[in-house]
Write a protein that binds this ligand. Structure first.
Ligand SMILES: [Zn+2]
Length: 421
């Protein structure tokens, strides 16, 4: 245990620091077990070494500095695919996604370069944007895939999204949970033995014992990435949107209404020998290159304007609610969308650290005005109530109120300016 005094709200380090290489804040949380997530949950922050370099930078540096033999990794992928080539059944692998750049890249490579027979599956966004719906259609119709689109009960999804916003200021949590488990459930129903996920989570600073695949062994995995997240829990104690299922039942909902948000029973993975692999372990995964690949091969189109809260036009553009995921992360952790996007691009060498810092200063924490109305209607809340709620989630060690507005106590541009003096 660390000294309690050094730990601030949400279990984050009291002293705010930023990575010397990519600017990411040491407040950035990695994944946790969302089925236990409530108001009191402590996050697992990204690891910084003694030179203040983040774990994601280390992983990415290893990828590009020759520590990874990509020829060897591709050979491993081909061997993995070969094991399933003769699998009897219409599909021999499954790829989840929305038709965005990453799922487009993944499914297209697997089908057209490695000769696999993927079924693509989609957990619908809360509220489709026009460009998101178009890209989804193009993925299927121009890219050329069978797809299964699942839309969860909108009443339940809205209810959980509202609860998750009120309880843990995380409007995206029910979507993330649902989407994450959906692929495995479909694989089980369709008798598909192999699931491909996209980039390895270690690229974003989550330490996995086994970077290749999900595991049931706790030493190989991470609380947010285990195949068995609710094993020892009583189903009524399992939390969704920050409340236990027993609470939802008290509100008059039926336990079956929440089934699609729960994970596939771990015994069912074993029963059908379903394997789960990160394609990003086997292939060089560069978000910007996936984007060019998707434009070329699946008719992917960019947003006609900059995405609010950041500077880019091509990532996370299919759901009207997504901007609020980043906006609320900026409130809770000082980790906004421009920081999320720019730190990745700095690590991959597309922009410099200084350019990244400028983009963070300019765009991080910008309110997603364009979809404000849709979002507030979705969670049945007024703007005043939402702002009030946000203020309750601002940690003292990150924010201060100055002449009637909230400011970061120690923003990255000031942090580096002080350090470089
Ligand atoms: Zn870093």
């Amino acid at each position: 245990m660390k000294n309690k005094k050094q730990i601030g709200r949400y279990g984050l380090p009291l002293e705010v620091k930023y990575c010397e290489k990519c600017n990411v804040t040491n407040q950035k949380p990695t994944s946790i077990n969302e089925y236990q997530h409530d108001r009191d949950t402590l996050q697992i922050p990204i690891n910084f070494d003694k030179n203040n370099i983040c774990y994601a930078c280390k992983v990415i540096e290893e990828k590009w500095k020759g520590a990874v033999d990509w020829k060897e990794r591709e050979k491993e992928l081909i061997e993995l695919c070969d094991r399933y080539k003769n699998f009897k059944g219409q599909y021999n692998c499954l790829v989840g996604g929305s038709g965005g750049k990453d799922s487009a890249f993944q499914s297209h490579m697997l089908k057209y370069k490695y000769g696999m027979r993927p079924l693509t599956v989609t957990w619908a966004p809360h509220v489709y944007t026009d460009i998101g719906w178009k890209n989804f259609q193009n993925w299927i119709n121009i890219g050329g895939f069978d797809n299964y689109l699942f839309t969860p009960n909108g009443k339940i999804h809205r209810y959980l999204t509202r609860r998750a916003t009120i309880n843990i200021l995380h409007p995206y949590q029910p979507f993330i949970i649902g989407q994450k488990n959906f692929a495995a459930k479909l694989a089980y129903s369709f008798n598909i033995p192999l699931i491909f996920y996209g980039e390895s989570v270690s690229d974003y600073g989550t330490k996995l014992g086994n970077a290749k695949q999900f595991s049931t062994k706790i030493e190989d995995s991470h609380p947010g990435f285990t195949q068995d997240p609710i094993s020892s829990m009583n189903i009524k104690d399992v939390k969704l949107g920050g409340d236990p299922i027993s609470f939802h039942i008290e509100q008059g909902y039926n336990i079956n209404d929440f089934e699609c948000f729960l994970p596939l029973d771990v015994n069912k993975f074993k029963e059908k020998k379903i394997e789960t692999h990160f394609l990003g372990y086997y292939l060089k995964w560069v978000p910007q290159e996936n984007f060019y690949y998707a434009v070329e091969n699946t008719g992917f189109q960019v947003n006609n304007e900059r995405v609010e809260g950041t500077y880019q036009k091509y990532a996370g553009i299919d759901d009207k609610i997504e901007g609020f995921f980043y906006y609320t992360a900026h409130i809770k952790f000082g980790y906004g969308r421009a920081m999320s996007d720019s730190t990745m691009e700095v690590r991959n060498g597309h922009i410099t650290k200084e350019e990244g810092l400028g983009l963070i200063k300019q765009f991080d924490g910008e309110f997603p005005k364009k979809h404000e109305k849709d979002f507030l209607e979705y969670i049945s809340m007024t703007r005043e109530k939402f702002d009030e709620l946000c203020d309750k989630f601002r940690p003292d060690h990150i924010w201060e109120r100055k002449s009637n507005r909230w400011e970061l106590k120690n923003p990255p541009w000031e942090y580096f300016e002080k350090k470089n003096k």
